[in-house]
Design a protein around this ligand. Structure first.
Ligand code: AMP
Length: 214
């Protein structure tokens, strides 16, 4: 099964992706994670991507499409994958369709997680990620006992460079302009399942499961 998770930054795609992966054993393909790793490793790609990411802008299509094409060709993606944060533009969606049909594959479902932008600004500016295990915490919704330490593994929590308020607002504008039109793109292909993401994680996940039909 190949799944796309759509939704604004902060809608809960990463959290739902973790749960889907645990339940169905799909490969996790997060372009944000791939790009952040390139930045942390100081590669040429990372240096190029960082200036877009810090401004809340999209990394150019050609760069991201190339990354995804090679990632979904890796062995662990053979039995199914979940795309988290990709596609984000119509050009990316069309390139994905082309790459999949060449591989004899297709997208089985697109899950769109919908959350009001006002809720998102609060969520993202209070989001902290564990450096070690990558678990996502909220200083508001599930505050860790110590604000700097991961409850799950004791690792150090940090705030993403692009989770500051000004950058979050720009990321939301970019989402509305470039990515939201993909909702119609996939609705027209009868693949879309829209889910209200402004509810507790497990309630949202129950709807995700029902949408995936497994
Ligand atoms: P995310 O973790 O998915 O919110 O992505 C963080 C940042 O990485 C975004 O704000 C973009 O700068 C960049 N990025 C991630 N995925 C894409 C994509 N599919 N297309 C362009 N830029 C992306």
């Amino acid at each position: 099964m190949n799944v796309i998770l759509l939704g604004a930054p902060g809608a809960g795609k990463g959290t739902q992706a973790e749960k889907i992966i645990a339940a169905y054993g799909l490969a996790h393909v997060s372009t944000g994670d791939i790009l952040r790793k390139a930045v942390a490793d100081g590669t040429l790609l990372g240096l190029e991507a960082k200036r877009y990411m810090d401004a809340g802008e999209l990394v150019p299509d050609a760069v991201v499409i190339g990354l995804v094409e090679s990632r979904i060709a890796e062995p662990d993606a053979e039995s199914g994958f979940i795309l988290d944060g990709f596609p984000r533009t119509e050009a990316q969606a069309e390139a994905l369709d082309g790459a999949l049909s060449e591989m004899g594959e297709r997208i089985d479902a697109v899950v769109s997680i919908d959350v009001d932008p006002r809720v998102i600004v609060e969520r993202l500016t209070s989001r902290r990620t564990c450096k070690a295990c990558k678990k996502i915490h909220s200083l508001i919704a599930d505050p860790p006992a110590d604000p700097g330490t991961c409850d799950a593994c004791g690792g150090e929590l940090y705030q993403r460079d692009d989770d500051t308020e000004a950058t979050v607002r720009n990321r939301l504008d970019v989402y509305e302009r470039a990515t939201a039109p993909l909702i119609d793109y996939y609705r027209d292909k009868a693949l879309l399942h829209a889910i209200d993401g402004d509810r507790p994680v497990d309630v949202v996940f129950a709807d995700v499961r029902a949408a995936l039909g497994v």
